[in-house]
Design a protein around this ligand. Structure first.
Ligand SMILES: [Fe+2]
Ligand SMILES: [Fe+2]
Length: 179
């Protein structure tokens, strides 16, 4: 087998990015759930699960190439600011941070896919390209929600809260299934 140490390094950078993303989205999910924004809590939970599956996909490839998986987030997560001693959940800001994370991941994976192509590692290249497609879908989902918040403001958010009060809690503590 050709020396795949460079591919393994790139794949592990992908793992680090995905771990960071999982932790960030779970953190946001906890706060959405706490404030009763069940639709957004559900969305963040589902996307966090998808990101976890990306770690799995990258890890499979690393182990096939006889490397080992490094389980470390790329960076610390972004924490929400406190105002008057309480966490300030600025929803549009959170959605924009998330869309930006996806956009940066797409840029990084495009670069990694290119490098894997140059290394003659077509399978790793295809893996990054597949992930790019999914990250772009996430980016789009966050941008749509951010746009909804801007267009409908508090009415949009209030509807989600009412939904919870009516007992239609979709945050799904017990539901870890995929859609
Ligand atoms: Fe991902
Ligand atoms: Fe993503």
């Amino acid at each position: 087998m050709a020396d795949r140490s460079k591919s393994i390094e790139l794949l592990n950078k992908g793992v680090a990015k995905e771990i960071e993303t999982v932790l960030q989205y779970l953190y946001f999910q906890f706060h959405f759930e706490d404030k009763g924004y069940t639709h957004l809590a559900r969305m963040y939970k589902n996307i966090a699960i998808k990101e976890m599956m990306h770690i799995d996909m990258l890890s499979d490839r690393i182990l096939f190439l006889r490397g080992d998986v490094i389980m470390k987030p790329q960076s610390d997560i972004i924490y929400l600011e406190k105002v008057n001693g309480r966490v300030d959940l600025d929803i549009t800001k959170v959605l924009n941070i998330s869309a930006d994370m996806e956009s940066k991941t797409v840029d990084i994976y495009n670069e990694f896919a290119k490098q894997c192509g140059e290394l003659g590692d077509a399978t790793s290249k295809r893996l990054f390209e597949r992930l790019i497609e999914i990250e772009e879908e996430h980016q789009d989902a966050f941008e749509v929600e951010s746009d909804n918040c801007t267009r409908f403001g508090e009415t949009y958010l209030a509807l989600q809260t009412i939904q919870r009060e009516k007992g239609n809690d979709e945050s799904g503590h017990e539901d870890i299934g995929m859609e």
